[in-house]
Design a protein around this ligand. Structure first.
Ligand code: URA
Length: 499
């Protein structure tokens, strides 16, 4: 795109280096204010991206943003909030945005009441532009879907195609860099592409949709998962379209399922009501006398050979399989013991198995587990290098109609299970534990923990092990759709402290 021509009657054109050259705008605007150049006397243009030799190329009335020798005034009257607003407005695709920002800056110097005038047309316009930019940033964070591409040398590159409405690629790149630090990835957009090579972000000119890879096996898996978790009884098409507007659907693999799933939602949910209850196959042996196996002294010692510790964990698991130390064993399909190697640096502790965990006999394999796995993948924590367990080893539920609904374990039930958890800690000997939610935190610390207040903090147990407090993934799943993204980010930040 060539530099936009200035209006014929504008004596001065400032050419910025690119659509997102906020610093160029800022420097030029300060100099213009210092020279007393009124907003009507200046036009703003944007150079074609990466066009060589731009600065200084335009003589006479037209100036490149960096060419002006006027000293930069130190004391412009602006607030940090105004600068933050302008940074967002600058990402809007409206070509008039720089003129609007300069007019506001000019007026800001002369009209002290401007900042507090909610009805001012320029301020209202700027706020509205900033709002749509923020929405675009949010949508890009939520709707980028990577596909795997094998490169020469066997390295995997994750590539996504996205069509933002505004000039947000540079602004959002840091988010993807922090979230997918361990991956090599590229996001292609029509105007700007960004690539992370593991060390630095590289920006290149825009691409075409055909440059992005076709669907891959990972995507097929994601679609299967999406189909599986789609709950027709909870379908709210309007709310869904609000959160996930149709303009993003062409780039969302799951969107192609929505029509079909939604069309059959009514039949499927009627079918669910008609279905007989699922009767889990009980795997618990009959009630047996207490079979608590004390951890032998050498197992608790720090010199324990990891192979012995794995064997000792197995023995504990076998013993727990018949546990009836509280009434929950009588209800559950089976005991769900922890998973992972002895000697894992990190142990994650949840509350208790859910419906899926109870049926499969493994911790964190249901919806909360899927979310936890997503976070662990983003953090670069392989599941098999972490010990994952629960404070309570049996699923507690109540029947609602034909469904088994999770119930929080009573303190007595959790306490009855505590020695199993303590035996896992003694045998795994993690250097850090993450408490997922209040039940885990309470059991690990031996006192009630206010998770929302103490989240993100390291506490220290009596045995000296550090415990990081954070939310349980189910808490995120229960949030309103518009809160989930930010809550997930905050949760990742908590977890990242355990790296
Ligand atoms: N919630 C938990 O606390 N643990 C699981 O294993 C699954 C869901």
């Amino acid at each position: 795109m060539p530099a936009r021509p200035a209006p014929a009657d504008a004596p001065l054109t400032i050419t910025l280096a690119g659509e997102t050259d906020f610093e160029g705008f800022r420097g030029a605007a300060r100099r213009l204010i210092a020279r007393g150049v009124a907003p009507d006397a200046v036009a703003w243009a944007v150079a074609e991206r990466d066009e060589p030799g731009l600065f200084g190329a335009e003589a006479g009335a037209n100036e490149a943003a960096s060419n002006d020798e006027t000293p930069v005034p130190s004391a412009l009257r602006v607030s940090p909030a105004f600068v933050a607003l302008c940074r967002e407005v600058a990402l809007h695709r409206d070509p008039a945005r720089f003129a609007l920002m300069y007019r506001l800056l000019w007026r800001w110097q002369r009209e002290p009441g401007l900042r507090d005038d909610p009805l001012d047309a320029d301020m209202a316009r700027a706020n509205a532009m900033a709002q749509v930019v923020r929405r675009d940033l949010h949508k890009m964070k939520a709707f980028v879907r990577f596909r795997e591409v094998q490169q020469e040398g066997g390295e995997t590159l994750h590539v996504a195609w996205f069509e933002p409405e505004h000039h947000i690629v540079e602004a959002v790149a840091g988010f993807f860099m922090r979230r997918f630090t361990g991956m090599r990835w590229a996001i292609l957009t029509p105007e700007r592409c960004v690539r992370w090579n593991g060390e630095a972000l590289e920006f290149t000119p825009g691409a075409k949709k055909e440059d992005a890879p076709a669907a891959d096996a990972g995507e097929a898996l994601w679609l299967t998962y999406y189909r599986a978790i789609f709950n027709p009884a909870r379908l709210k098409l309007r709310a869904m379209e609000k959160e996930m507007p149709r303009r993003y659907w062409p780039n969302l693999p799951e969107a192609e399922l929505i029509g079909g799933l939604a069309a059959h939602a009514y039949e499927r949910s009627a079918g669910m009501v008609e279905q007989p209850p699922t009767t889990p196959k009980r795997r618990l042996p009959d009630a047996s006398p207490r079979r608590r196996i004390p951890i032998a002294a050498p197992f608790a010692a720090s010199t324990l050979d990891p192979d012995d510790a794995d064997g000792a964990l197995e023995a504990q698991r076998d013993a727990a399989a018949g546990c009836r130390e509280c009434p929950l064993g009588a209800l559950a399909t089976q005991t769900v013991w922890g998973e992972g190697p002895a000697g894992s640096r990190l142990m994650l502790v949840g509350e208790q198995p859910g419906d899926q965990e109870d049926l499969q006999g493994r911790p964190f394999v249901g919806p909360a587990g899927q979310l936890l796995m997503r976070a662990m993948t983003e953090l670069g924590w392989p599941r098999d290098a972490v010990y994952i367990t629960n404070a309570v080893k049996h699923f507690k539920y109540e029947m609602r109609g034909r469904r088994r609904i999770h119930k929080t374990p009573a303190q007595k039930e959790a306490d009855a299970c505590l020695h199993w958890l303590e035996s896992e800690i003694a045998l795994v000997r993690p250097s850090a534990i993450v408490a997922l939610g209040a039940t885990a935190a309470r059991q690990l610390m031996g006192r009630p923990v206010a998770v929302t207040r103490e989240r993100g903090q390291w506490l220290v147990r009596g045995d000296g092990t550090k415990v990081l407090i954070t939310l349980h993934p189910s808490a995120l799943l229960r949030m309103e759709p518009d809160q989930k993204e930010a809550a997930y980010e905050a949760w990742l930040n908590d977890l990242r402290r355990a790296e």
